[in-house]
Ligand binder design. Structure first.
Ligand SMILES: [Zn+2]
Ligand SMILES: [Zn+2]
Length: 132
């Protein structure tokens, strides 16, 4: 990897950490590009893909929505607000034994599972309460 790539990679990782709350690739690009106009959309997309393939960052696949990126690469669950679309962490213990159960039931070799909760976030709940 060249020095230029390493610098871009560090910038993109730093921006992802700063944005914190599961941005889309577009949101990462907007933030990176605002601070570093020489870094283009394709570079940001490619770098995010490479970092998530390597396991350095997380990629959260959202049902009916754009993938989100996560500076926290360890296994954890997410909840998505059905009103404003924000995605938050759900820090409950990762379900133990479901991969083995799914393997037995399906005959697949299971490599991972994902679980998306849907709900209404505290801010949207408050907004609904005050406008009701
Ligand atoms: Zn919301
Ligand atoms: Zn997360």
């Amino acid at each position: 990897m060249t020095g230029r790539n390493t610098v871009q990679r560090t910038i993109i990782e730093d921006e992802l950490r700063r944005l914190a709350n599961h941005p889309t690739a577009d949101e990462v690009y907007e933030a990176v590009h605002a601070a570093h106009p020489s870094i283009g959309r394709a570079t940001v997309y490619r770098t995010l893909g490479r970092l998530s393939d390597e396991g350095a960052i997380g990629r959260v696949r959202i049902n009916n929505g754009a993938d989100r990126f996560d500076h926290q690469a360890f296994a954890h669950y997410h909840v998505r607000c059905t009103i404003c679309g924000r995605v938050d962490d759900v820090m409950i213990p990762v379900l133990d034994g479901v991969d083995e159960a799914a393997a037995r039931a399906s005959g697949y070799q299971i490599t991972s599972h994902s679980l998306q909760f849907d709900g209404v976030c505290p801010m949207c709940r408050e907004r609904a309460a005050t406008t009701a």
